[in-house]
Design a protein around this ligand. Sequence first.
Ligand code: ADP
Length: 415
Amino acid sequence: MTGFYAFIFDMDDQQYMFESMFGAASVGYWELDFRGVKKALETIASSGWHDPIQHLYDHPTFMRQAVDSMPVLKMNEKARQLFGVEETDMEGLKFGRFIPAGTETVVAANLVAYLKGESNFENETVLNALDGQPVEVLISASFPRKDGFCNTLTLGTVDISYRKAQDRRLARLEAELAHSSRVSTLGELTASIAHEVNQPLGAVMTNGNAALRWLNRDVPDLEEATVALRRVIAEAERAAQIIERTRSLAKKGEPKRVACELHDLLADVENLVHRKTSSMGCELVVDQPSTTVWLTADPIQIQQVLINLIVNAAQAMRGQAGRRLITLSTTVSGELATFQVRDNGPGFGTSSAECLFDPFYTTKDDGMGIGLSVARTIVEAHGGAISACLDASCGSIFEFTLPCAQGLGSRSFPS
Ligand code: ADP
């Protein structure tokens, strides 16, 4: 089911035909008595109501009461079946029975559409069946006006529970695939992360021993011992941060959207990956943007995309003579941030740029071919786009865009 059909008849001549189509349609149709709601809206309007739309949003209880008392005049067979209503339940039935608590904003959106003079309004929401079970539906409300007044509200409801369940299943599978890909990338980084943690741990040992020596002197030097112990704490914190960054990448979690700042995100990526790239003989240059840039994103997923592109670049240049350079840069234009990972490797030969993003496409003996396809899923789920092209001189360029956080965008650093 992808849409609604509207049938308009001369009611006098075609009443019978209309009734039988209303009854037998595969869409659940409702007819609701709108007069009470209309009257309530008019009452508030007459008592100095300046901004009707704002008023609706500010007064969810008003909407609740309005809908609670809206009589259900008719339901076709499909609607009754969908919401578990028997013919005998129809007597005195009010629409409020079907509206779960907390969905007042959906109701508000419908009333706002009515107030704006629109003739219909469509949205997805959850209604309750008569026994209280939730039903996910696409609703299409029509406000047929006669002489400018609407007395009856017609509602079309289509069951979208199955489609929604499929969407959730797909989202879960995508999250699991993204996690496996992240764990496999982490596998690549294990040696360099272990090395990274060893450095502060070594410093902890050195400073701890120094502190002991200062304390074991005939006249203990408390000042020097304190300095050494402060270093112990600082280095232990550094090690903890490295472990935390790694743990975040390994963690299995629901994708989230939070406000994140680009500098922090790029710094985390650089910290996680720089040792790996240098152990592969590559120089990693991260060009931080000159402005603060806010994104609404899942920072772990965006880090995953960047780490994957950087590790791929390093792998592409494996064994290459001469300088192996990887540049990560970002530019912001309007409300869009563009990330670019560029290398001076051999490029991707005869493969078309598009097939690189196909699941399981790999040219590596030990490759899985899921990194780029997961990267595409992540970027697109964030409302961006990812692509690859060959550099005019040599090497590959992978580029992706992400929308900046609404209203935050980019701001220059105060000088
Ligand atoms: P995998 O790394 O397991 O092969 P990916 O999906 O990450 O999976 O990459 C798919 C393929 O894209 C790689 O096998 C490689 O052929 C190509 N590729 C990715 N990045 C680069 C790059 N920077 N330069 C050249 N080829 C690349």
